[in-house]
Write a protein that binds this ligand. Structure first.
Ligand SMILES: *Cc1c(COP(=O)(O)O)cnc(C)c1O
Length: 400
């Protein structure tokens, strides 16, 4: 019998749980978009977004999703025929790469497989052999949301410095901003992009490109792919408020985002990173116990330092990933993330993975409830698994 009653829980890796405070802030009539509160509220977002990214530069805000931020980052810095180096650790680098190709940019890519971060030596070899600096930018994700691999961004910065390569370092933090340590200034990231619907706890609809330093603005001057809608300069320095959004602002999203940033700043960004570390570790502890018997249940990423703090991809025997998800959703009102086919860019799913999103607005009862529900699914479905998963997860929470 289904026990699906009460508040539904969606723990997918974006969109994430939206706090009631954010929902309440959005529940209002349409505001005046020409003068008054909305203008000052919008202006207050820029410094706080930069605070979260630890960025002393600029941030452009768009009505859009992660794909929008991809397009913004490429069109503002590149020209048709330029070359970029794309680092692939799953699926999302590939999506960004396909967009660059569509725009007429030449792409060199390094694919590190379905469960490994970028290998510094391979990146170094490619950059070192690019003596005339044809490569204009290195594109990488911080966390790949399909594989749940996390890249060491600081290490990539060091490689660019070591080989004295002037390429821009562009980082996709869609899944990780607010969840995983990131320091745009200290790590000298040139361009970073994110959206509001993952670590920033706001319904999908607003995307960001963070911009830092003279080098990016020099690239902007040269870039011939610029178009009016994505153009950074007008968004940041337009004479009129409506130029900040190239038209009507996403008014309700701005109210929601204001509240979400307040929540994150009240918690403290370092505290949020720590909370994500603990939550992620609790998931890994449970998975390790489940997998102790058959070896079929395991974290996709083996090395702990390479694991995302925002999402965990769990490998299962063929077909079990789907069965576990279906059972949790139908019988318990818990929605988990589908496994994504790590070989394709468009839509493909994998029946032998599922994902637990643990990003954003999440506390121990929400997470432990979800892990206990997966534990029940394994029992109900007769999937061979080790015991003690909840014990291991709660021990991690207890240690804090
Ligand atoms: C979610 C995500 C995207 C795509 O975002 P959309 O809002 O679906 O366009 C891109 N990159 C990463 C790393 C993501 O997690």
């Amino acid at each position: 019998m289904s026990l699906n009653f009460g508040r539904e829980q969606v723990l997918i890796p974006g969109p994430s749980v939206v706090p009631d405070r954010v929902l309440r802030a959005m529940h209002r009539a349409s505001p005046n978009i020409y003068e008054g509160d909305l203008i000052s509220l919008a202006n207050s977002l820029y410094p706080d977004l930069n605070k979260i990214a630890k960025n002393s530069g600029d941030v452009a805000i768009y009505i859009g999703n992660g794909h929008a931020a991809w397009e913004s980052s490429l069109t503002n810095t590149l020209s048709r025929g330029d070359t970029v180096l794309v680092l692939i650790s799953g699926r999302f680098g590939r999506g960004w790469m396909d967009m660059a190709k569509f725009l007429g940019v030449n792409v060199t890519s390094l694919d590190f497989g379905a469960d490994q971060p970028a290998d510094p030596d391979r990146v170094k070899a490619v950059l070192a052999s690019d003596a005339d600096h044809k490569i204009k930018a290195v594109l990488t994700v911080q966390t790949d949301t399909a594989s749940s691999v996390t890249n060491d961004i600081q290490a990539l910065r060091s490689i660019l410095d070591e080989v004295e390569h002037p390429a821009l370092l562009m980082v996709d933090c869609m899944a990780s901003l607010g969840c995983e340590p990131f320091d745009m200034d200290a790590w000298e990231v040139d361009v970073m992009l994110a959206g509001c619907q993952k670590g920033l706890m706001t319904p999908a609809g607003v995307a960001f490109t963070f911009i830092r330093g003279e080098k990016v603005w020099a690239a902007y001057e040269q870039a011939s792919l610029k178009t009016p809608y994505w153009d950074w300069h007008r968004r940041l320095h337009g004479e009129f408020f409506h130029q900040k959004f190239c038209g009507t602002p996403p008014s309700h999203h701005l109210y929601g985002l204001r509240e979400a940033l307040d929540i994150l700043i009240e918690e403290g960004i370092e505290n949020s990173w720590h909370r994500h570390q603990v939550m992620a570790s609790a998931v890994w502890a449970a998975v390790e116990r489940w997998g102790a018997v058959s070896g079929h249940l395991a974290c996709n990423v083996q090395a702990i330092p390479h694991r995302s703090l925002a999402v965990t991809t769990i490998k299962t025997a063929e077909g079990d990933g789907n069965r576990i998800r279906r059972w949790c959703e139908d019988n318990a009102g818990l929605t988990l993330g589908v496994g994504l086919d790590l070989e394709s860019t468009l839509g493909g799913q994998s029946a032998s993975h599922f994902r637990v999103g643990h990003m954003g607005h999440l506390n121990p009862p929400m997470l432990l409830g979800a892990l206990a529900t997966v534990d029940a699914a394994l029992k109900a479905l007769g999937i061979d698994h080790g015991t003690g998963a909840l014990d291991a997860a709660s021990a991690v929470i207890a240690a804090g």
